[in-house]
Ligand binder design. Structure first.
Ligand SMILES: Nc1ncnc2c1ncn2[C@@H]1O[C@H](COP(=O)(O)OP(=O)(O)OP(=O)(O)O)[C@@H](O)[C@H]1O
Length: 790
């Protein structure tokens, strides 16, 4: 395909451009060079000889006639034509341009700059001619007849002052457009020239002194070194130093080594440092503060959360501990397993008994006795960890008779969470050793959550969202909530304009129907691509670096840069979606999961049914962090954790977490619906953004294009847009948005029109559309044909 494009693109160019062979170019180059040189010589000599030769002008046919011009009759006549009859002294520019063109052809340099040279050269030539016409008081040899006449004409129409003003204006155009001069540069140049003169004066003095001392020293040593001098070469060393002495300064040093070696040290002028724009902006306005718009935003207070641990913290029931210990020892003894040591750690829901078996006991033997031990302890949810990684002991987790609820309040208030320096800290609950378990969602970077119904998934999701609400400002994180069950996440509607993201033109931010989920996922893919483009432009690797750069005002918002909040997509019932939409949901989710980590889009996907047709290989591979609440079978446990264990949990927020190999048992923090209602109410009652965070618009296939879009109804930027896409060979609306500074809707509309015109191909999911026209030439032809046919 690419090759095909190449051939078609080069074909039409061949037709129009005439190309010279290398030899022809050398010949043409040398001819022009010599011609230019001849012109220069004749022009220069004309100024010395024109008065003498004046009477011989035009008498070319008379062979004997001699003129004084260095190129004789030819020179005198050509110079007369260009200088006297033409442009006066500025005809030298013409000769110079011819010479330069010769050089370009001779060495076969790229010809593009030549056009510029000629354009500006001729303009300058004309200007100088008029200038001399104005000031030269009729001396036609300086202004030429053209300069004289134009000046005369101007004065007749706009008067002396008018002519002067026109000349000044043209001069300004030349200086600003051609020489890119700005008023600041002129002022700086003036200042530095003043400095230069002052330092020149000082250095002259220094040099004088140095020279004087050198002379006197030399005189003393003169006799001594006279003979040796002949054999020692004079040393002239130029050294660039970076000492902050402004203009070049020469110091002549006398060397100590034998002989008289002179060294001249040249100190380079310190380059003037211009303050970086971003530094200046930061100095003037401070760092960009994304929270500024809601600067009075108040985080919810801890008082909104309740303490569910009615009986206070964890109580240790000595009797229960002793009883369990005896039973474990007994059971193991029945199987002839001796125990050297046993230790208990009491957690909120389970107690961990760590056993060190007698020497020579095989670990697998204990592992196989899991069910027997469970039976003898007459308890559900025994989990044997053999061995506990990194400890060299065997762990038996036994549920407590009176499990304690871990309140969200206690984990949010914990120092570990409060002091967490994480991008997206989540306090899940407490581990078996009663430590608050805090992880960074940004590092996970996506999370899969499974558990049979009623085991605590929804509470777990609320815990995640609550953690983020307690730590992150509305400017820093946005949620996309997908809730096919329609009841679980409705409370978060209240914080729509603070924390939620949604598709443009949709009423509700919380997504409950499948089509909208598909649109949102594809829209997120577009957002992801746009963010990657922004990161690429900013030359950073991830969202954190990008936002730091943006805060330091190193990225220009006029070029599409903006502060990027993290986006957390929460899907409450994934099985439901996969069943109804299948690949349409799976593909964008897999794409996001694969790519979105660096640009701050994180997915949390929860499901009741962790079967392989729901959690497919591709999804699983991209969700390294997994959470399992209690599931009904070992197979489900393996599907979600790649390990058994989740089937032996006791429910009510008892969960296993893994982000690699190790499983951590956690009691999920409990946050009740009224608490969530209070928090969202508190946030929702504060000043909000005008709207939810708007995701890029996604035009689904069915919402597709009207292929009969009228040519007259096309957008004014249609042609430009077509050119942008054809050059980039990429049919993306976000490209148009960036290059032509369009809004998303308009860019989308233009894309539709381009599709209708047959310039770009149909929509291809989250991939950019194909561009069907390979080159600009082909595009022009295509559009011209279209106009002719109408
Ligand atoms: N961390 C927890 N601590 C204490 N109790 C909990 C915890 N999590 C859940 N529960 C109890 O379990 C009940 C069900 O929890 P939840 O609604 O989260 O289940 P679920 O897995 O989302 O169920 P479903 O899939 O049917 O929505 C809660 O009402 C609560 O009483």
């Amino acid at each position: 395909m690419a090759q095909k494009k190449k051939t078609t693109s080069s074909a039409p160019r061949k037709k129009i451009s005439f190309s010279l062979s290398k030899q022809q170019k050398i010949l043409l180059g040398s001819f022009l060079f010599l011609l230019g040189l001849a012109l220069l010589i004749s022009f220069v000599s004309y100024f010395f000889t024109w008065q003498i030769d004046q009477s011989e002008i035009g008498l070319l046919s008379e062979r004997e006639l001699q003129t004084k011009n260095w190129l004789n009759k030819f020179g005198a006549n050509v110079a007369h034509f260009f200088i006297y009859d033409g442009f006066g002294i500025s005809a030298l520019i013409f000769a110079f341009l011819v010479t330069l063109t010769g050089v370009y052809y001779f060495f076969d340099y790229a010809k593009k700059p030549l056009t510029k040279f000629w354009f500006w050269g001729l303009l300058l030539m004309l200007w100088i001619a008029i200038f001399f016409g104005f000031f030269g008081e009729g001396t036609t040899v300086f202004s030429g007849i053209i300069g004289y006449e134009i000046n005369d004409l101007m004065q007749d129409y706009i008067g002396l002052v008018g002519a002067l003003l026109v000349m000044v204006f043209v001069l300004i155009v030349y200086l600003v457009v051609r020489l890119k001069l700005t008023p600041e540069m002129a002022i700086n140049a003036f200042k530095s020239s003043k400095k230069h003169i002052a330092s020149e004066f000082i250095s002259d003095k220094k040099e004088e002194n140095a020279a004087q001392s050198l002379v006197s020293e030399e005189k003393v040593d003169e006799d001594k070194v006279e003979d040796e001098e002949k054999f020692i070469p004079q040393l002239n060393v130029e050294r660039k130093t970076t000492s902050p002495v402004p203009p070049p300064e020469k110091i002549i040093l006398k060397s100590d080594i034998e002989g008289d070696v002179e060294m001249e040290v040249e100190q380079a002028a310190e380059e003037e440092e211009i303050e970086n724009i971003s530094e200046r902006l930061v100095k003037d306005f401070g760092e960009f503060d994304p929270k500024l718009e809601l600067s009075n935003y108040k985080f919810p207070s801890i008082e909104l959360l309740r303490d569910h641990t009615s009986g206070g913290g964890i109580t240790i029931d000595q009797e229960e501990l002793e009883e369990n210990k005896n039973r474990i020892v007994e059971t193991l003894n029945n199987y002839k397993i001796g125990i050297a040591n046993i230790k208990a750690t009491v957690g909120p829901t389970v107690t961990l008994y760590e056993i060190v078996p007698d020497a020579g006991i095989r670990i697998s033997k204990i592992k196989n006795l899991e069910d027997d031990i469970a039976l003898s302890l007459s308890a559900l949810g025994i989990r044997i960890i053999a061995p506990i990684p990194g400890r060299g002991t065997i762990g038996i987790e036994v549920p407590n008779k009176n499990p304690k609820v871990v309140s969200m309040r206690s984990v949010i208030a914990s120092a570990k969470f409060q002091n967490a320096e994480m991008e997206l800290p989540i306090a899940f609950g407490k581990t078996i050793s009663n430590e608050t378990f805090v992880v960074d969602l940004a590092k996970m970077p996506h999370m899969l959550m499974a558990g049979a119904t009623g085991q605590g998934k929804s509470v777990g999701l609320n815990a995640v969202l609550t953690s983020l609400l307690y730590k992150k400002h509305p400017a820093e994180v946005k949620f996309i909530l997908v809730d096919p069950k329609k009841v679980e996440l409705t409370l978060f509607n209240k914080i729509e304009r603070h924390y939620l993201a949604k598709l443009p033109d949709t009423e509700e931010a919380i997504i409950t129907d499948t089509t909208k989920v598909i649109h949102t996922l594809n829209s997120l893919c577009i957002e992801m691509d746009t963010r990657y483009d922004l990161l690429k432009d900013a030359m950073v690797r991830n969202i954190k670096e990008y936002n730091i750069k943006f805060k330091n005002r190193k990225l220009n918002p006029n070029e599409g840069h903006r502060y990027l909040p993290y986006i957390v997509l929460v899907i409450d019932e994934f099985a439901d979606l996969i069943m109804t939409a299948g690949k349409e949901v799976e593909t964008p989710i897999a794409r996001l999961a694969q790519l979105a980590r660096a640009i701050g889009i994180h997915l949390i996907v929860a499901t009741q049914r962790p079967s392989v047709n729901v959690i497919t290989g591709i999804i699983k591979a991209n969700f390294p962090a997994r959470i399992a609440f209690r599931v009904t079978s070992k197979i489900d446990s393996r599907t979600i954790l790649d390990n058994s264990g989740a089937d032996q949990l006791i429910g009510r927020g008892d969960m296993l977490y893994t982000q690699g190999n190790e499983l951590t048992r956690i009691q999920c923090a409990f946050v009740d619906t009224p608490e969530v209602a209070d928090i969202t109410e508190f946030i929702g009652s504060q000043k909000a953004y005008p709207d939810a965070y708007l995701l890029p618009e996604y035009v689904g296939e069915e919402g597709g294009t009207n292929l009969d879009i009228n040519i007259e109804e096309r957008d004014a930027m249609f042609r430009e847009a077509a050119e942008v896409l054809v050059i980039a060979q990429q049919g993306s609306a976000s490209l148009l948005q960036r290059k032509l500074k369009l809004g998303y809707n308009r860019a989308g509309r233009i894309i539709d029109q381009l599709e209708a015109a047959g310039i770009v191909g149909p929509f291809e999911g989250s991939k950019a559309r194909q561009v069907l026209i390979p080159t600009i030439e082909a595009l022009n032809q295509f559009l011209d044909n279209e106009i002719n046919n109408n």
